[in-house]
Write a protein that binds this ligand. Structure first.
Ligand code: GAR
Length: 222
């Protein structure tokens, strides 16, 4: 527990499948004093996930749970759930975890499992969000932190960050611009959840102590 806080940080697992840059952002945030969550486990369904090395370097227990060893999705999810329980996990963060979870698992972790997605949901669910935003010609794009529900990339929205789309943007340039914001809002979303500042009612999220009064933004500036 960090100095100054009266409660133990919430034991949090981060589930990854690859690069793990969002997981790294969560780990760095949780290393700060008084952060209300600790990253107690990084779990990957792929042994070659690059993010595992980062977690090990930061002294975080890691686990590879390959879906290939299980007969179906439910069997994999039951094993996953058992590991989370055994580690005393209270919050789960999906961070580029590229597997659909069963409704059974999602329900067990209802309002305790969050995800980051690289679009302003409910626009552009699924893959290739940056290409699709450019194709659609939207002026703003961004990312979303949300509670996980059984449907892919659905669930009550906690935070969103908006970025402008600039002339000449490529999917890669846009992806970098959005990823920078993911690394800001995902730790913030975890912090809010772990600190008990979120409530979900009628599938809408209320944030205790959130400030209103933001100014509208016209994009592009003309
Ligand atoms: C991130 O951009 C994340 O938003 C996205 O995968 C990437 C993982 O990168 N997740 C989804 O598309 C979920 N629907 P990372 O491994 O470097 O965090």
């Amino acid at each position: 527990m960090s100095a100054g806080s009266s409660e133990a940080p919430r034991r949090t697992a981060v589930l990854i499948s690859g690069r793990g840059s969002n997981m790294a952002a969560l780990v760095r945030a949780a290393e700060q004093e008084d952060f209300p969550a600790e990253i107690a486990l990084v779990l990957s369904n792929r042994a070659d996930a690059a993010g595992l090395d980062f977690a090990k370097d930061h002294g975080i227990p890691t686990l590879v749970l390959s879906h290939k060893g299980y007969s179906d999705r439910l069997a994999f999810d039951a094993a996953l759930d058992a590991h989370l329980k055994a580690e005393g996990i209270e919050i789960v963060c999906l961070a580029g975890f590229m597997r659909l979870l069963t409704p059974w698992l999602v329900e067990r972790w209802r309002n305790r499992m969050i995800n980051v997605h690289p679009s302003l949901l409910p626009s552009f669910k699924g893959l290739h969000t940056h290409e699709r935003a450019l194709e659609a010609g939207v002026r703003v794009h961004g990312c979303t932190v949300h509670f996980v529900r059984a449907e892919m990339d659905e669930g009550p929205i906690i935070l969103q960050a908006v970025v402008p789309i600039e002339p000449g943007d490529t999917p890669d340039v846009l992806a970098d611009r959005v990823l920078e914001q993911e690394h800001i809002i995902y730790p913030k979303g975890l912090e809010l959840l772990a600190a008990g500042r979120l409530t979900v009612e009628d599938e809408r999220v209320a944030i205790a102590g959130a400030k209103g009064g933001l100014k509208p933004l016209v994009v592009p500036a003309v």
